[in-house]
Design a protein around this ligand. Structure first.
Ligand SMILES: O=C(O)CCC(=O)C(=O)O
Ligand SMILES: [Fe+2]
Length: 256
């Protein structure tokens, strides 16, 4: 990870492209500029799962939400949109910003695991994924009403490793559960309560970015259960409003 902040003029031009001119207000200063730095947290229990809670400022979130709304994808009947190949310019720029945040952000290195491959465990995305072109070529925008969420799943294998999720509006808890709890043995004797207690909760505040690669992408399912009682964080139930998210992925080359 670069400690020195990266190429700020390039970053500024990326941000201006993505979110418009923000020079009229101090509070518009985007992450990575003017001393503010991105901070990455490794989720200790899950290799390859990283959270950048301060990825987008409040102003950037509002601009991103407005850009999504301008697409006109959502109505009462439609709460999900997918795009493949050429992504809207805001999504291209969002991808560039994700790469910047990975390159210049501060990393809280894991101290809980024995590092076998230091580079892999101390970077939010392995370098072969970080520098692929394009970084992402598929997006899903989801809009969830209060109470709505997404069932436990592993993203389809047609997508490459290295998946990003940007959260907007209402905060939520995303739960991760192992595809094969207990290493694939004795699965049938695990009680529901055991399975629930083995879930790893991750708090997704608005403006946060989650990266999943390796184990997190292939060996763990993720879900958002916004039914009453399921959104507990710090012993309190999170207030459920509307939530939007943008998931960015890379399609694997189709076999000919
Ligand atoms: O909405 C989210 O935060 C997650 C979406 C997701 O997991 C997916 O679209 O595969
Ligand atoms: Fe997913």
């Amino acid at each position: 990870m670069a400690a020195g902040g990266g190429d700020e003029s390039h970053l500024r031009s990326v941000l201006l492209e993505a979110f418009g001119d923000s020079s009229d207000s101090e509070s518009d200063a985007p992450a990575g500029i003017g001393g503010k730095r991105w901070r990455w947290e490794a989720v200790a229990e899950i290799r390859g799962l990283w959270l950048c809670a301060d990825f987008l400022s409040a102003d950037e979130q509002a601009r991103l939400l407005a850009a999504i709304q301008r697409e006109g994808w959502f109505s009462d009947a439609h709460n999900q949109a997918m795009r493949f190949g050429d992504l809207p310019s805001w999504a291209v720029e969002l991808s560039a910003l994700i790469r910047e945040a990975i390159c210049v952000g501060d990393v809280n290195v894991r101290v809980d695991v024995e590092l076998t491959n230091e580079d892999e465990d101390s970077c939010p995305l392995p370098s072969d994924l970080l520098w692929r072109e394009p970084l992402f070529d598929q997006l899903i925008a989801n809009r969830y009403k209060p109470g709505e969420g997404i069932c436990a799943h592993v993203d389809l294998m047609r997508f490459d490793d290295g998946i990003a999720i940007v959260s907007l509006e209402s905060a939520c808890v995303m739960h991760f559960s192992q595809v094969k709890p207990g290493g694939g043995t004795a699965c049938d004797i695990l009680k529901q309560g055991d399975i629930e207690s083995m879930k790893v909760p991750v708090h997704l505040n608005p403006g946060s970015l989650v990266l999943m690669s390796g184990d997190a992408r292939y060996l763990w399912k993720h879900e958002i259960n916004r039914k009453p009682g399921a959104q507990l964080w710090d012993g309190r139930e999170l207030e459920q409003g509307c939530r939007s998210s943008v998931t960015l992925r890379k399609l694997l080359a189709s076999p000919n």
